[in-house]
Design a protein around this ligand. Structure first.
Ligand code: ATP
Ligand code: MG
Length: 424
């Protein structure tokens, strides 16, 4: 036995009101996914490590520092998935989905794993939902994913959403930019943190993601001045489309996202709030175009675009906003006393359910008093009481929970009587 009986560090149980918030997010995501024509996908929690070293990128924080990697008994090197996009692209290639009508649109709502220092809004197992459009793309497809996510956040009551947007160019024009950036970083080498000193050669773009080297970053050349005509045009059209659907955005020339596979437009959603007079930005998620990922995993080049959002952070804000999600109230509560009554209650519960009448019970309880106070707490309209006497007579008591008035009804008439009363 472990010394202390508790969940692993940075991993949490979801239950009670936290579960209800998760459920609300899930409902809104599933509903919108259907409206926008995305089909659900579940991939394994574990993948060959290579899916992430080749997909997410060897020199990203996620792969370098945050992955749970281990060897199986058979000697395979596998990792708990830190993100959803490379596994979905792997599935797309593996199942030959390029033969289906394009694009293929997938959505997911699932747990991910990153070995990070646990703190508020940062866990080692956390949930994301996301959308991927693979096989055909263009500015309008990029824009629609942004609109979809923006609408979901709005529907969940998240206020002050800021959408930051940039373009990372394609693999060719980005090389030009990387050279310019490298030159700048090398010149400023003495002012860089140790991580960024290392990044200069391996992956200079990561320096733009650094939370320490802000000054050097602010003076760096801007990617938009280096990208090719086609990338510029695509980016301009995304901005134009966003204006058309009235989604506000902020240009952020240094937004590069933490993953290697992005090409073209990238964006990130933040929630802006004020803490002791200072503005705070909480990252909720982001996405972009990733035309090179398929080829990086060994497939052919496929246009693709998508976004991923952090559920815990969204729930954090929903709670802060004081949103309360109430489950559907039961209209009827069944209270019982004695063995025969329990047996009849069990059957009655199924009949009410079949008749689509929201019903609740506390079959584990023997005290009628406790059962009635539970019925009151749940705000049921009617209590159906089956005592020993009623069970023997094949009758029940219907009690109006508001007025306290009650009457005896034959078992065979219950559904009809309950429906009548609920209509009143
Ligand atoms: P950050 O800069 O906050 O580490 P990231 O760039 O690593 O974020 P992404 O990979 O873009 O994050 O993941 C999308 C979203 O998933 C994040 O904006 C955040 O809401 C959520 N997320 C990422 N890592 C965690 C984590 N360890 N715990 C909880 N949520 C997370
Ligand atoms: Mg991170």
């Amino acid at each position: 036995m472990p010394k202390k009986l508790q969940s692993p560090s940075g991993m949490h149980d979801i239950f009670g009101s936290q579960y209800d918030y998760f459920q609300k997010v899930r409902e809104v995501v599933f509903k919108n996914a259907e409206i926008y024509g995305f089909q659900g996908i579940e991939t394994p929690v574990i993948e060959d490590t290579e899916i992430f070293t080749r997909g997410t990128g060897k020199f990203t924080d996620i792969v370098e520092k945050e992955m749970y990697t281990f060897k199986t008994k058979g000697g395979d090197r596998v990792s708990l998935r830190p993100e959803g996009t490379p596994p979905i692209m792997r599935a797309f290639i593996q199942h030959g989905l390029y033969t289906k009508p394009q694009p293929v649109k997938f959505f997911y709502f699932a747990p991910y794993f990153r070995y990070e220092r646990p703190q508020a809004g940062r866990y080692r197992q956390f949930w994301q939902f996301g959308f991927e459009t693979i096989g055909r793309g263009g500015p309008v497809v990029d824009t629609q994913v942004i609109v979809l996510v923006y609408n979901i956040l709005k529907e969940l009551g998240i206020k002050n959403v800021v959408t930051e947007i940039n373009s990372m160019g394609d693999e060719k024009c980005r090389e030009e930019y990387k050279k310019a950036l490298k030159k700048h970083l090398k010149k400023q080498s003495s002012r860089l943190c140790t991580d960024c000193k290392r990044r200069v050669e391996k992956n200079p773009l990561r320096a733009l993601d650094c939370k320490k080297c802000l000054e050097v970053k602010a003076e760096a050349p801007q990617i938009l001045d280096h990208i090719c005509k086609k990338c510029c045009e695509d980016f301009r059209r995304v901005l134009e489309f966003l204006e058309e659907v009235e989604i506000p955005y902020d240009l952020n020339p240094f937004l590069v996202r933490g993953l290697d596979y992005y090409t073209g437009v990238v964006y990130e959603f933040f929630a802006r709030s004020k803490k002791s007079g200072e503005e705070e930005f909480l990252a909720l998620g982001g996405g972009g175009r990733y035309d090179g990922l398929s080829a990086a995993l060994g497939g052919e080049e496929r246009p693709a675009t998508g976004a991923a959002m952090g559920v815990e952070r969204i729930v954090l804000l929903m709670k802060k906003n004081g949103e309360v999600y109430e489950k559907e109230k039961p209209r009827v509560f069944i209270a019982q006393l004695g063995d025969l009554a329990k047996k009849k209650s069990l059957k009655l519960f199924e009949e009410l359910k079949k008749a689509n009448i929201p019903v609740a019970e506390a079959f584990g309880q023997d005290s009628l008093k406790n059962q009635m106070s539970r019925a009151a707490k749940l705000e049921a309209d009617i209590a159906i009481i089956i005592g020993k006497e009623e069970a023997a007579e094949d009758k029940v008591i219907l009690r109006d929970m508001d007025s306290g008035g009650q009457e005896k009804v034959k078992t065979s008439e219950i559904i009809k009587e309950v429906k009548k009363k609920l209509k009143e």
